[in-house]
Structure formats: structure tokens, C-alpha cells
Design a protein around this ligand. Sequence first.
Ligand SMILES: [Zn+2]
Length: 77
Amino acid sequence: MERKVFQLGDIVQMKKNHPCGSNEMEIIRMGMDIRIKCVGCKHSVLIPRAKFEKNMKKVLRSAEAEMGADASPNDLT
Ligand SMILES: [Zn+2]
């Protein structure tokens, strides 16, 4: 299985949508548990790292990449 690479500040897509309808989450704290904030409703949740890795689909926007390149979050091609 491919290892998922993520870091603080990344916007990630979860496998399940948040109840508010958004499935984009921002990583706002990393440790044994990870705190993510819903981009849609700004609600934050603390989840165990293993569970986060299991439920995370992919990194949509890397915090590192955003500093340099002008990444387009709406690339629908
Ligand atoms: Zn939400």
C-alpha cells in the first residue's frame, strides 16, 4: 500500500464527506493525534493518526507547494 505523505497546513480530501457537505479538511495540528479543520464549516476534529490515514483520500493542496507555485484548486480536467 502506498504511503500517504501529508504535513501541517495541507488541505486533504477525506473518503467521507463531513455532515456539512464538504470533504476538504485542513491539517491544523499533527502529533499522535491529528487535528483537522473542515474547510466548509470550520469545525475541527481530533482523530487518531491511523484513522486519519485510513480515511484520507488524497492531499488536495500541499502547504509547501502553495508557497511557491500558483496552484489552481479548481482543475477539473
Ligand atoms: Zn464541515
